[in-house]
Design a protein around this ligand. Sequence first.
Ligand code: NAP
Length: 370
Amino acid sequence: MQKVGFIGWRGMVGSVLLERMRRENDFQGFSPIFFTTSQQGQPGPDVGGGALPLRDARNLQDLADMDILVSCQGGDYTKDIHPKLRSAAWRGLWIDAASALRMNGESTIVLDPVNRPAIDRALDAGCVDFIGGNCTVSLMLIALQGLFEADLVEWVTSMTYQSASGAGAKNMKELIAQMADLGDAGRALAADPAGEVLELDRIIGAKLRDGSLPTAEFGVPLAASLIPWIDSALPCGRTREEWKGMVETNKILGRDKQIPVDGQCVRVGAMRCHSQALTVKLNRDIPLAEIESLLDQANDWVKFVPNEKEATLQKLTPAAVGGTLTIPVGRVRKMALGQQYLTAFTVGDQLLWGAAEPVRRMLLIALGRL
Ligand code: NAP
């Protein structure tokens, strides 16, 4: 029976992965072994065979005893451990949620609804590194798969509205703490029907600027505000998050001729769904009804939402989508810029299709179960 080691299962992405695998009854037909960087010897999760002691995630011998390693531990861990295992001639499969190895020539970025043939080719060719993609990229590709497959896309801009969860668990807590403080400051006036709205705005504005909100993680308030910067700066003026849009999209699509993808990535006060306002330059003018049908039928998770107010409010918001695998795409119309310019809006759970689900499905593919 194949041995599969899990590292980072306790973190945010790792816990969503475990939750999904439990729900789908995935823990069968292989031997799961759980590792930790900080809790060696403590009981691991019980996924059916009892809670076994956690193993040391820095013990190379224990790791190399695994046929497959699944890491949701983070890029620093990957950069430290992966080269050591490979230089010790370990040829097991490394499946990772971190970005560290994504753009390596020998890695495959996994998003099987979109690039299953590339994954199968890589496995057949003996490739051993399979890495989950950037969350906005994976969500955008599932949303627009119908257009990419029909080779209709000349370029895309994606203006993102990214949730707190993309920055980590502490950031989600900080967002809620900021909301709570703002709520406390404005509660009395907000509840009073006769309350002066300008006074309410003055109180909230003062609270946002007086330095009293918790901002250790984001650096500035996110609640009642937004942050138009995600990740580090690159010399080209893009942030690293914006840079990933083009390089990862094209790597996943495996295209010789690169499709330009660019835009601005913005953090907003959503909990775990990333949203994106897309502009697509089509390389030919085709009827809107055909576009809608291509979008809707591309895979099992994308759902076309008619460009109507009620459907949009009910189906195309982080509040409606969070915790689900559905990726709605709506607000689809031709733009005033010309018949080949399409706009669309999409929302997706960045911890599911954006992080844990491609990793989970890659494990099932590796085990021959998908
Ligand atoms: P995380 O929540 O910070 O967890 C990482 C590790 O921190 C855990 O596995 C755990 O390792 C340790 N840890 C320390 N204190 C903890 C606590 N109180 N609760 C839980 N874990 C604790 O990391 P993450 O956000 O899941 O991200 C993991 C990787 O996935 C990163 O490379 C990230 O870039 C990538 N990724 C993240 C997202 C996202 O949306 N967050 C999306 C795509 C990819 P030990 O058990 O070894 O101590």
